[in-house]
Design a protein around this ligand. Structure first.
Ligand code: ATP
Length: 390
């Protein structure tokens, strides 16, 4: 970064620091050094100066956003259990709810400097969710009028989202927003489930399916729920204790969701760490075993098809000299949001090509392809006969 820009950003960081009590737990000089080292980055796209944390830093999670008077923590990672019978009693010591785990991408919605913005897990402003929340959460401005220090955590999911190629099977077009947590910036806490559900209901914010409360002593009803989710191709559950003193939030996914992850991931090896595949195979083996789903021909056939059908198409493409790509479709309310998304991809070093763009019934409908250079060379180098020591 050129020295002039760095000193401008340092001045802005000092301004933010002076207004943000939570940030003051960290010495200012350490933050200024972190800015120099690229661990804290200036955040574009807001009316006020703001920064995001690239990695975990001094007790703050990656994706934390700081702006004048506000610090929005990065959304925490949720520990995964592999076995219900032994995992639940280990982490949950009282009644708990099972919220459907929605397959999509995480955004935190907050009002900063008078504007409602959606932040991605990494702390970028998400141009897509920032453009579309009014369609799904029309009462968000009233909510922030009443609760200015709250942050709504939600999953944006559906076949027409710009980031992920899996979505809940019951969403047939466009996207939906599912609100699953409320973070209070002033107390640095998540609201307890029942308080949160009441508020989400009051403002008509859609939520994931909520089941329970369940008891850690009686897991049959939860197993039945998961068998239904398995049948319906849903991702799994996030288990949330009624009282955070009586346990912690944990997640568990259905075997089917692992099959579906492999379908969308295997052709793109090279972009992903190969351990991604192993983790899913291990989870799937254990959960099928525990849920009594067994290992039969039908399962082997479904798993094999999931992994190899798309991969064989990718091999044909690469053999013809074409790059590995994935096609996305999205709808915007405003053209500027598309421009902001293109610039977001540029910053995140994701190569995209716009394939189609037209206004239809009030929405700008866009088709674009993401080009995957690492996946392309992963397969191409092998197809070109290169030897490898493994
Ligand atoms: P995944 O668990 O999907 O592999 P990940 O590696 O990002 O994703 P975590 O870091 O543990 O996992 O985060 C859990 C993810 O689950 C978050 O991205 C969050 O948005 C998503 N999620 C979906 N539904 C819920 C829900 N009902 N409650 C909490 N988180 C949920």
């Amino acid at each position: 970064m050129d020295p002039q820009e760095l000193s401008r950003q340092k001045e802005l960081l000092k301004e933010v620091y002076a207004t943000c009590s939570r940030l003051k737990k960290i010495p200012l000089n350490d933050l200024l050094s972190a800015l120099e080292e690229g661990k804290i980055l200036y955040l574009e796209g807001l009316a006020v100066p703001a920064f995001r944390l690239k990695r975990d830093f001094r007790g703050l999670a990656a994706g934390t956003v700081v702006a004048p008077g506000v610090l929005i923590e990065g959304f925490p990672h949720i520990p995964r259990i592999f076995v219900l019978k032994t995992g639940i009693p280990r982490y949950l010591h009282g009644p708990f709810y099972a919220e459907e785990k929605i397959e999509g991408y995480n955004v935190r919605l907050a009002r900063i400097g008078g504007e409602i913005k959606a932040f991605t897990r990494r702390g970028f402003v998400c141009p897509f969710a920032t453009d579309r929340w009014p369609d799904f959460l029309p009462r968000l401005p009233d909510f922030f009028d009443e609760f200015p220090s709250y942050v709504i955590c939600c999953e944006v999911a559906g076949p027409e989202n710009p980031f992920v190629t899996e979505w809940p099977p019951y969403i047939k077009e466009d996207v939906r927003f599912f609100c699953f947590d409320i973070w209070d910036v002033s107390t640095e806490r998540f609201l307890k489930p029942e308080e949160k559900y009441a508020l989400l209901r009051r403002f008509s914010f859609p939520t994931p399916e909520i089941s329970g409360p369940f008891s850690p002593e009686e897991l049959k009803p939860l197993e039945e729920l998961l068998l239904r989710y398995e049948e319906e191709g849903r991702e799994g559950v996030v288990l949330k204790p009624l009282s955070f003193k009586k346990g912690r939030v944990i997640k568990y996914v259905t075997p089917a969701s692992n099959v579906s992850d492999l379908r969308v991931a295997f052709p793109y090896l090279g972009e992903l760490d190969p351990s991604y595949v192993v983790h899913r195979l291990v989870r799937m083996a254990i959960s099928r075993w525990e849920l009594g789903l067994g290992f039969d021909e039908e399962f082997y056939q479904a798993l094999g098809a999931a992994i190899f059908e798309e991969t064989s198409r990718v091999l044909h493409r690469v053999a013809r000299g074409e790059p590995v790509e994935e096609v996305f479709r999205v709808r915007f309310r405003r053209e500027e949001a598309l421009e902001a998304l293109i610039s977001h991809f540029r910053t995140a070093q994701v190569r995209i090509e716009i394939r189609r763009k037209e206004w239809q019934e009030g929405y700008l409908r866009v088709t674009f392809a993401k080009i995957y250079p690492k996946a392309t060379s992963f397969w191409a180098s092998k197809l070109q006969g290169l030897a490898q020591i493994d």
